[in-house]
Design a protein around this ligand. Structure first.
Ligand code: BGC
Length: 408
């Protein structure tokens, strides 16, 4: 009797220890994000039904909370099997150069991804002649979303320039509508909007130069961007500090606010809420420019379920995975061999723009600068929202760039 019991307990312990699992770490919890992730899980589970998926999410847009949790786990020798990371500096500087990842060049060769992804994307997941993560999408950061019904009701045209933005905002305000929805709860959303103002004022070349020293942060166009942003902040909802990015999008859905500057995960949110009365233009002054970022996943050294990760990465890079995920997520595939007609209207237009617009890297989402620079940039802009002092803020931006070793 006792022997049987001990045997049973030992067996069940073995099953728990060796049961096939994969822990997937991300911050995809909001409307659109969660649905996109679920699509990937569905495909994976169909192919590998015996593997239990542990969906390790930490809520907070742009990884506001997830990145800190990830750092603690990685430094503590407890990496998730795979984790969401922005392609570019965030991947390479934070995790690759520091020796935390395994190269996955063999997977690129086996799956032929280097033949179906554009050079610009392959470059930002490469280091030392190896590939380090699989990009699952391309997001666009510089979009102005608007509620079509409100614009129709007041006979307004979506603004393309800053001047038009302020004209439209005045009219909306006079009718008691919040002109620009904003959430600043997670500390990154204002910096996201400001990134698009920098692009709008400096153009693609000038904006790119901010991150490599060709444009100085003391440039009068940066002053103009700060002044303009301070003016824009006069048209946002007063409860912005209590709202996250998706709660700001909710104001558009509810018809309380008319516009919102956000990445195209916002469209994933709108779909998830069955809201289709939205329109989009580029953020003011951003005509012809695609402010880009990419979510990717890699293989951390010491991943407990290495084989399962490799198979999950295969799904991420596959045509089927990229199609199902991006339809829900609002982004476009990193692969260029997927028929755009399979996507909703917004993504079709983004896929066209991706091929013809000038591409700049998003700073707020890890593509343009190291994580320490991004953190300081976002903190300074958060302070600016509370106290829009142009001189002090510009000085701080100059000092941050200097501290990053970029001559000013
Ligand atoms: C990510 C998106 C995500 C957004 C909001 C961005 O940094 O790249 O995938 O939807 O944050 O959470």
């Amino acid at each position: 009797m006792w022997r049987k019991l001990v045997l049973l307990v030992a067996m069940s312990l073995l099953v728990t220890v060796f049961a096939a699992k994969i822990e997937i770490f991300s911050w995809w919890t909001a409307g659109g994000e969660a649905e996109g992730l679920q699509e990937l899980f569905n495909i994976y589970s169909k192919l590998y039904p015996g593997v239990e998926i542990i969906n390790a999410t930490v809520a907070g847009g742009a990884g506001a909370q997830a990145k800190a949790v990830l750092k603690t786990r990685m430094l503590g020798g407890d990496p998730p099997d795979t984790f969401q990371v922005h392609a570019g500096h965030e991947l390479i500087d934070t995790w690759v150069k520091t020796g935390f990842m395994e190269p996955i060049t063999f997977l690129y060769k086996e799956e032929g991804w280097d033949k179906v992804m554009p050079k610009g994307i392959l470059d930002i997941v490469s280091y030392n002649g190896e590939y380090w993560s699989v990009p699952v999408n391309i997001h666009r950061a510089n979009v102005l979303w608007y509620n079509k019904k409100i614009f129709e009701k007041y006979g307004l045209k979506p603004p393309k320039t800053f001047e038009e933005f302020f004209q439209v905002a005045e009219v909306l305000k006079s009718h008691g509508i919040i002109p620009l929805a904003l959430g600043t709860k997670d500390g990154w959303e204002a910096a996201h909007a400001f990134e698009t103002v920098l692009i709008g004022k400096l153009g693609a070349e000038g904006y790119r130069g901010l991150w490599n020293g060709k444009t100085k942060w003391s440039d009068p166009r940066v002053t103009d961007a700060l002044e303009t942003f301070a003016r824009m902040l006069q048209y946002v909802n007063s409860d912005h500090a209590a709202r996250t990015w998706d709660e700001a999008c909710a104001l558009i859905v509810e018809g309380k606010a008319a516009m919102n500057i956000m990445g195209d995960w916002a469209v994933g949110y709108f779909y998830a809420k069955n809201f289709y009365d939205f329109g989009w233009v580029l953020a003011p002054g951003n005509e012809g420019i695609f402010d880009a970022l990419s979510d990717s996943f890699g293989l951390p050294k010491g991943a407990k379920n290495r084989e399962n990760v490799i198979n999950f990465l295969r799904v991420l890079g596959s045509k089927e995975g990229q199609l199902a995920f991006n339809i829900k997520k609002g982004s476009i595939p990193a692969r260029t061999d997927i028929d755009k007609n399979l996507f909703p209207e917004y993504q079709r237009s983004a896929m066209e723009d991706w091929l013809k617009h000038e591409i700049v890297p998003s700073v707020m989402h890890g593509a343009a600068a190291s994580e320490s620079w991004v953190t300081e940039f976002k903190d300074v802009i958060s302070l600016f929202v509370a106290r829009p002092d142009v001189k002090t803020t510009q000085k701080a931006l100059v000092s941050i760039a200097k501290a990053q070793g970029v001559p000013q």
